[in-house]
Ligand binder design. Structure first.
Ligand SMILES: [Ca+2]
Length: 154
């Protein structure tokens, strides 16, 4: 009789622990998912958690951009982290600042306001393979024309 009582209590405790674990896990994912709304043009970059996590959702290792955000917030904190400092960083090391990649070069965007920049030019600040190629090279024929003009040959 007493053994049954203990077993029943034990089962209830286990169910309660499992339920708490599930709630804590869901709360944790939910709590951090709101951060995507605190970054400009997040919807144009990646699905929800993949802006900061390595492509497989919350709970997976953070990408370089996610690590830079993690350094600016508490575990489940509501701190505003987007601003000039984070915008000026190049988290993924692709040569383009986070601000340029997210359409807000100076980091002046605030959560809830209209999305800045051109959505077609938004790239992922945590993925160095995500960037817009900007043509900077001048073809040989063009250089020849420029040189000829400078030299007064045309
Ligand atoms: Ca970058």
């Amino acid at each position: 009789m007493e053994f049954t009582l203990i077993r029943t209590k034990h089962s209830r405790v286990m169910v309660a622990i499992a339920a708490l674990g599930f709630v804590a896990s869901a709360a944790s994912v939910e709590a951090r998912g709101f951060r995507s709304n605190m970054v400009p043009n997040s919807a144009a970059v990646a699905a929800s958690c993949n802006m900061c996590h390595a492509g497989h959702g919350g709970g997976t290792p953070r990408n370089a951009f996610g690590l830079d955000i993690e350094a600016r917030v508490t575990a489940n904190g509501q701190e505003v982290f987007w601003g000039p400092e984070l915008a000026a960083l190049d988290s993924d090391g692709d040569g383009v600042t986070n601000g340029v990649e997210l359409g807000d070069p100076d980091g002046s965007w605030t959560a809830g306001s209209d999305q800045p920049g051109d959505a077609a030019l938004i790239t992922h600040p945590g993925d160095s393979s995500s960037f817009i190629e900007i043509m900077t090279a001048v073809g040989e024929a063009s250089w020849a024309s420029v040189k000829a003009i400078v030299r007064g040959q045309q």
